[in-house]
Design a protein around this ligand. Structure first.
Ligand code: PLP
Length: 374
């Protein structure tokens, strides 16, 4: 089966990991620091905190923002469940805003109608690697004293209005899972414009440990002393994983270019095919295309999905509307709440897209899809 996403690992990656394995630090050493500096530099010059997954990054981002019981988080249903569940697990109420009909990105007008004085975070997702409309979202969040969050699991290395992903929202999260744009095996990161939020996220992922003597509630205890002021978890990424991450970062631009070529090849071939709708791109946005989102019309998505899989093409559906999951449905979230997102879901079919995919393989996907539709 041709996978829908896949890592690209070179001998350089293997060497970089082996070198760290032979050294003194396996975890929380100098390679973690170098990786965090490199991610921060790429993402607008803000502090980055690495962690064990994109899911952990979202949990840390919400904890860093101080999200808790009584707060509301407005987000999109067209995402992986972790964008919402990271806030739910902290006791916040998640409010789902509908998506734009064409892009599948969170609709600022829908957000505008849902924010209240209780809104702590407005969390957008750069679905398929296309940055959301933060220029519109930020003033809406600012009006009610909320923060913006970019779930940039798909979009590391992209930009909008000349500003890199990481500089578009108050807080940004990344995932380095193998199918994403670059990998550390499992892994993720939080980037925050506010040092206080970054530090709080850092402490949350480090068991809540405070090591800054100026903040100790019990001063002058000795050099071993640390304090825990807020409960945290161990979400630390390892030096071994960060060695892979640094090596991958060196190829991120090449990955981006190859992804764009594949995306354009699909677009050119599918633009005039009956029964398919191709994705759109807004002006002034420079995406990192994470997957190719085709929309299969006439109620045929399931049939096309099954036939593509039967023929060895690893298509996917991204995403089941988050509030359809029983964890939300059982809590009273009703189907029909976000009609654009549900209509989008009904047609969505993700085609394989990863840097090592050859033109011949792309053409095979295209020919198979056209044949299945015909
Ligand atoms: C992959 C993904 C996550 C979670 O990342 P993991 O590293 O798999 O935990 C969160 N949000 C989105 C949009 C994703 O695609």
């Amino acid at each position: 089966m041709l996978p829908y996403g896949r890592q690209s690992i070179t001998e350089d990656d293997v060497q970089a990991v082996a070198e760290v394995l032979r050294g003194d630090w396996l975890t929380t050493g100098p390679t973690v620091t170098r990786f965090e500096e490199a991610i921060g530099a790429l993402a607008g010059g803000h502090r980055a905190v690495s962690c064990t997954s994109g899911t952990a990054a979202l949990h840390m981002a919400y904890a860093g923002a101080g999200v808790g019981a009584g707060d509301e988080v407005v987000t999109t249903p067209m995402t992986f469940v972790a964008t919402a569940s990271g806030a739910s697990i902290l006791g916040a109420k998640v409010v789902f805003a509908d998506t734009e009909e064409d892009t599948g990105l969170i609709d600022p007008a829908a957000v505008d109608a849902l924010v209240t004085e209780r809104t702590r975070v407005v969390a957008a997702v750069d679905y398929t690697g296309h940055p959301a409309d933060y220029a519109a979202l930020q003033p809406i969040a600012d009006r009610v004293g909320a923060l913006t969050l970019a779930d940039a699991a798909h979009s590391i290395g992209g930009s909008a209005g000349g500003r890199p992903v990481g500089d578009l929202a108050d807080i940004t999260t990344f995932s380095f899972f193998p199918t994403k744009n670059m990998t550390t095996t499992e892994g993720g990161a939080v980037v925050a414009k506010s040092d206080a939020i970054a530090q709080r996220a850092h402490e949350f992922h480090f068991i809540g440990m405070v090591r800054d003597a100026d903040r100790f509630k019990n001063p002058d205890q000795g050099a071993w002393w640390y304090e825990v002021h807020e409960a945290g978890l161990n979400y630390r990424l390892t030096d071994v994983a960060c060695a892979l991450g640094l090596s991958q970062l060196a190829r991120l631009e090449a990955f981006k270019q190859r992804r764009a070529e594949i995306w354009a090849r699909y677009n050119a071939a599918l633009a005039d095919v009956d029964g398919v709708r191709i994705p759109v791109q807004r002006d002034a946005v420079d995406p990192v295309w994470h997957f190719y989102c085709a929309r299969i019309l006439d109620g045929r998505r399931r049939e096309v999905f099954d036939k593509m899989r039967e023929r060895g093409i690893g298509v996917q559906v991204n995403y089941i509307p988050v509030y359809w999951h029983p964890v939300y449905a059982d809590a009273g979230y009703q189907r029909g709440m976000c009609p654009n997102a549900e209509a989008f879901y009904a047609e969505e079919l993700s085609l394989p897209l990863f840097p090592d995919l050859t033109d011949a393989e792309v053409d095979r996907v295209i020919e198979t899809l056209i044949d299945v539709l015909g």
